[in-house]
Write a protein that binds this ligand. Structure first.
Ligand SMILES: Cc1cc2nc3c(=O)[nH]c(=O)nc-3n(C[C@H](O)[C@H](O)[C@H](O)COP(=O)(O)O)c2cc1C
Length: 151
């Protein structure tokens, strides 16, 4: 069974809403044959990544960078996963209060170093997510999930 891994750091209700939208998008009936694993960034392991066929990351922007939790995830999995996960489809949702650019570029750089394959445009959300934003995040969840099947 194909597997989507959603690695997230969700410190607030706004980010939790984004996670829930992404999970809902990945769990549409058309993708029922994909196992969806949502894992906090502080507990996700290299084994989780090696067992995945696609990865969606959800993080707040913190001090012009990805969250420390997502950075910890990359520090944990980088070398163990480097060779085995080339071409891994990935997507990213970032939440911030004013400027998410550094978070987006830092994740993009690390995913690029791992030679993962971006399959959907990064979604940056500033402030409270509205219903259109949640729809977009649902689509991102579905798109990355579908990429798990095509791998
Ligand atoms: C230590 C810290 C640093 C932060 N740095 C940024 C930042 O660089 N850019 C930004 O847009 N938001 C920043 N934020 C805001 C968080 O991204 C935001 O609190 C998080 O996404 C949760 O959203 P909420 O507080 O609106 O619920 C920071 C928050 C904290 C606690």
């Amino acid at each position: 069974m194909a597997r989507l891994l959603i690695v997230h750091h969700t410190p607030s209700p706004a980010v939790r809403q984004l996670l829930e939208a992404a999970v809902a998008g990945a769990r549409v009936p058309e993708l029922a044959d994909v196992d969806v694993q949502a894992e906090p960034a502080l507990s996700a392991t290299a084994s989780d990544v090696l067992a995945a066929d696609a990865i969606l990351m959800i993080t707040p922007a913190n001090i012009g960078y990805m969250s420390g939790a997502l950075k910890h995830f990359f520090d944990t999995i980088y070398y163990p996963c480097m060779d085995a996960t080339r071409g891994m489809p990935w997507g990213l949702v970032v939440h911030g209060n004013d400027d998410t650019a550094g978070a987006v570029s830092s994740v993009t750089k690390l995913a690029g170093a791992l030679t993962w394959r971006q399959v959907v445009q990064v979604v940056s959300v500033v402030g409270q997510p509205d219903s259109a934003t949640l729809d977009t995040v649902r689509d991102v969840g579905a798109t990355v999930c579908a990429a798990a099947v095509r791998t």
